[in-house]
Write a protein that binds this ligand. Structure first.
Ligand SMILES: [Zn+2]
Ligand SMILES: [Zn+2]
Length: 215
């Protein structure tokens, strides 16, 4: 069984997800948005061991806490990123545009690729490459547990911005169609900002997807 703890962190209210297999308390952090030390303390309090940090994409508000988190746990976790977002990661994920500073992030130690499989305890996640909001955006899908972490690709009643450097609206809509709307309706979606939703709810009511403009 997956256990999920959401923390809302940082200057743009980003969702950080602590995810664990309840059977063995092995945990991953999806998007250590901000306040990395606090994420480490939270995991400790839950009795979870953080073995990995999975990054949906390299905007600063999704990894601003990576340095603090890695320094705040005993054994440094693996930090996994899609290589198409590496230059964004190295340049600070756009924080300069927002006039904010983040601590120098650790170098990624694992590379994500489309359709690769990640284990978390006894559960399996599939990585799906979903460019459009950023070039190397990925989502993490655990179909057995009807759960997907979707970063800034799709939100409850919204979709990600495509006007930032490396963004592309047509590509984003294609990513949503191929990798999210292809999932069963009862899969829960955990976005990078705002409330959770389901594939079915967005298929029916997301104004960006029901207008008939979906390619
Ligand atoms: Zn973003
Ligand atoms: Zn974001």
């Amino acid at each position: 069984m997956l256990e999920i703890k959401r923390l809302i962190l940082g200057p743009v209210q980003t969702n950080t997800y602590l995810v664990a297999d309840s059977a063995n308390r092995q945990a991953a952090v999806i998007d250590p948005a901000w306040d990395g030390e606090r994420i480490a303390v939270e995991a400790l309090g839950l009795g979870w061991t953080i073995g990995a940090v999975w990054i949906t994409h390299a905007h600063f508000d999704h990894f601003g806490g990576a340095a603090g988190l890695v320094n705040g746990v005993k054994a440094p976790p693996l930090v996994a990123l899609h290589p198409d977002d590496l230059s964004l990661w190295k340049s600070g994920g756009g924080w300069r545009l927002f006039g904010l500073r983040i601590d120098e992030p650790p170098a990624p130690s694992a590379w994500l690729s489309d359709r690769m499989s990640l284990s978390l305890g006894g559960e399996q996640f599939e990585v799906r490459h979903c460019p459009g909001h950023s070039p190397g955006h990925v989502i993490f899908v655990c179909e057995a547990q009807k759960t997907a972490f979707v970063g800034d690709v799709i939100f409850k009643n919204g979709i990600g911005r495509s006007d930032l450097p490396g963004g592309n609206e047509a590509r984003l809509l294609r990513s949503i169609r191929e990798n999210i709307l292809s999932l069963p309706d009862d899969v829960r979606l955990y976005p990078g900002h705002g409330a959770q939703t389901t594939v079915g709810a967005e298929r029916r009511a997301n104004p960006f997807l029901v207008s008939g403009s979906l390619p």
